[in-house]
Design a protein around this ligand. Structure first.
Ligand code: 6PG
Length: 322
């Protein structure tokens, strides 16, 4: 495991983007919307089965542990856990399995994280058996969105991930791609996009043969109570961005206002997306996205439709209206 240090210098091999930076750490340290997929009833669209039993169960009883629903056509899986702790155990295994798969297949594993409660849900990865069994040297870590603040600021998604996860595993520092926080929001977004282009060019990040956008191996993302993902908020024009890989927002409804964010074409080119949603405050949006709600709003989370597999990790509170 990585050890704490009072001052760490992270550097990347990139001259322009993801420039080398220092941080002092005191304590250790194709947007084509497929509306056919949206608002469909789970009972009609998904094959529902118990993971641990051979019996078929009804959609209305989803809110109990170990129930998996599979939409084979759209490669969508919904799993509901009794507790967030059980969810975290399953999320760690899912991530570790994909790490093994991609490390073997392509010699690197490109992982994108969000901020928010997701980072806490990754805590089992830094425990046995995964902390010792995962080949962390193959990991390359990116942010699906970042607040444009210094890296040691309490609002920084980098700091959140570093304190809760990255400082506890031996990922090579040069494989951790933080934003250049010396730039404006617009400059940081352009800089991050140039960084991604370099890494696609050098083959670290795959490129989608379908969309032409970067194809990350795994995105681990949360969802806000308003249905936002990354920094793509309901009703915002950025939802329609279909050219840029990374864009910026200066009026985020969730503070702080200045952020960069991946666009939907990048998100939806992914091989795997784990959408991690916990808490009763998110149950209504989950119901609209996955259940029988008559709500005609289209939340950003409903625009998540990767080339590969989408897996929802829900706790029973978030699934309580299904
Ligand atoms: O920078 C951010 O604000 C996050 O990346 C954001 O997109 C987050 O993932 C969701 O808001 C869910 O956050 P919670 O899980 O904490 O509700």
């Amino acid at each position: 495991m990585a050890t704490a240090a009072s001052s760490l210098t992270f550097s990347t091999s990139l001259p322009k983007l993801c420039r080398p930076f220092s941080i002092s750490i005191t304590h250790l340290p194709q947007v084509s919307l497929n509306f056919k997929k949206l608002n469909c009833s789970i009972s009609s669209a998904l094959k529902i089965s118990r993971r641990t039993a051979a019996t078929t169960t009804k959609a209305s009883s989803m809110a109990s542990s170990g129930i998996t629903t599979v939409d084979q056509k759209n490669k969508k899986v919904v799993e509901v856990f009794d507790t967030e702790d059980e969810l975290a155990v399953s999320l760690a295994k899912y991530t570790a399995d994909l790490s093994d798969k991609f490390a073997k297949e392509r010699g690197s594993f490109t992982v994108v994280v969000s901020g928010g409660s997701l980072i806490k849900s990754l805590r089992k990865l830094v425990e046995a058996p995964y902390v010792d069994s995962i080949d962390w040297s193959k990991w390359h870590v990116f942010w699906v969105d970042e607040r444009v603040v210094p890296k040691d600021h309490p609002d920084s998604n980098y700091k959140l991930a570093f304190d809760g996860f990255l400082s506890k595993v031996p990922i090579p520092p040069g494989n951790v791609y933080a934003i250049n926080d010396a730039l404006s929001s617009e400059g940081a977004a352009d800089d991050y996009e140039t960084c991604l282009k370099h890494l696609v060019h050098t083959g670290v990040i795959n490129k989608s043969s379908v969309s032409g956008f970067p194809k990350f191996d795994l995105m681990l993302v949360g969802m806000g109570p308003d249905g936002h993902v990354a920094s793509l908020f309901p009703g915002h024009p950025l939802l329609q961005e279909n050219q840029k890989w990374v864009t910026h927002i200066t009026n985020s409804p969730k503070p702080p206002p200045g952020r960069i964010t991946f666009t939907f074409p990048v998100i939806n080119s992914s091989s795997y997306i784990a959408l991690v949603v916990c808490g009763a405050g998110k149950a209504s949006v989950v119901q609209t996205a996955l259940g029988k709600s008559q709500n005609s709003d289209v939340f950003p989370v409903q625009m998540v439709s990767p080339e590969g597999e989408l897996k929802w990790f829900l706790d029973k509170d978030a699934a309580s209206k299904l």
